[in-house]
Design a protein around this ligand. Sequence first.
Ligand code: MCA
Ligand code: AMP
Length: 505
Amino acid sequence: MDENLYTIFESRFPADRGAPLLLLEGGRVLSYGEAEEGVARYASLLAGLGLEPGERVAVQVEKSPEALLVYLACLRAGLVYLPLNNAYQSSEVGYFLGNAEPGAVIAQPRSMPWLAPIAKDLGIRHVFTLDADGSGTFTDAARSASPRFETVPRKASDLAAILYTSGTTGRSKGAMISHLNLASNARVLHAYWGFRPGDVLVHMLPLFHVHGLFVASHCVLMNGSAMRFHAKFDGARALAEFRDSTVFMGVPTFYTRLLAESGLDRAACSAMRLFVSGSAPLLAETHVEFEKRTGHRILERYGMTETGMLTSNPLDGERRAGTVGFPLPGTDVRVVDDEGRACAAGGIGHVQVKGDNVLSGYWRMPEKNKEEFTADGFFRTGDVGSISEDGYLSIVGRSKDLIITGGYNVYPKEIELLLDEFPGVAESAVVGVPHPDFGEAVTAVLVPRAGAKLPPEGEIVAWLKQRLANFKVPKRVHVVDDLPRNAMGKVQKNVLRDRYGAPGN
Ligand code: MCA
Ligand code: AMP
């Protein structure tokens, strides 16, 4: 039986293929029929290059309708989609390409001066451009490709995508996501959040991470309905779109920015039926304030790149602020102590999960697979939580050293390793401190070598900007004589967080 995710989507497309899939800025519309034809052409082009099912296609492009169709074309052609955040710089991209060994790369034209040589060195056979306006060598070549394509059948366990997530060691790991992982989560979310004919989703998330690419887009494709598709988040525009839309999904920063819009009120949101938040903790005060202004209780859910969505507050029933709700159907969620024993209700412990939505392992890292899964097959999320008597999960912290800033993950180790290379730096520590817009902000603390004088903060930040995606670059860099350490010699990051998290730092 064919378990290709694209086949599942296709079976849910509207009978009238003239119905809209994408409602674009300036009133442009992309219908399901047009999308289907575009996907077929792109799949024909990719398959025609001689790429075999299972080969990777790396994509680092701006969000555009074409970018969405490239993803669907990879599914359809049995290729493994490898999306890359377009903020990643050359050294980051070089690592991903070297590790994943894609057969083709599609990237922004402006990246070509540095990306083409990397691809050549790595022996990547096909390199295409795709710009934000849909132009580029990829779409040029697709024009003469066949508008008919027979979907390549896939088994449930075949890979659909690889998504890189950074790690606590500073080395990124490729999460291997199968057709079943995606299909099971798409089916569950579509039902759990009550998608129905005529729903219109406002899509302002980036397309290179799970939230925008899978959670939001898949609900729409499973529903055969339309989404208002924007290149990026814009509060005023979102408000205008809410007037004739029904569903919105965003990271907490989207909601705090919406609250800053004076026009956010009940009337502006009267057509909407559902606001979903995730990727980072939503402050209870944001939840309360949003309800006061709009009458809507935000539905908070919790997930990971490796697992898709794991828990959700209910559609009908109490959406409890400060919690991420119940395990989704088909997902086992448990909270255990350091010895792996289940915690009693209300007890705080490690969150572990199991289900069809959970990845099979990391790309070419068998040792990580052993570390990240328990003997009985549960995945260790690295989150610390507790489950209440009545079954609501709360995420209360993380055992992994991770900062989430505006919904993007930053692993301090990666930044520390780089800072340690900065001339004159003896050691460094990177922590997350509270930030009104991004939730947490990356902050660096440096200790100079004996006798060395470090340049002004701005110079260090400029140096980092050339080497790191912009959201990873510390908002502040502090220089100190010593880092605070405990009796074991371990840096006390909590002390640094308290010191630099105070207002005015
Ligand atoms: C941009 N900047 C940031 C961030 N974004 N700094 C920290 N954190 C960020 N997230 C910096 C830029 O480097 C720049 O600094 C300045 O802010 C303005 O940049 P700009 O591009 O104009 O910002 P923006 O367009 O306003 O973007 C903010 C944003 C965006 C809209 C919140 O970051 C965003 O769309 N975030 C969503 C991330 C997401 O989709 N996460 C889901 C991951 P400078 O001027 O110094 O260069 S999936 C996931 O986590 C799991 C699976 C889950 O549960 O969903
Ligand atoms: P990522 O690696 O980008 O998939 O990020 C996954 C991590 O984001 C999880 O392990 C959590 O730490 C965090 N996360 C996602 N959703 C929530 C939420 N609603 N509340 C708290 N943390 C969340």
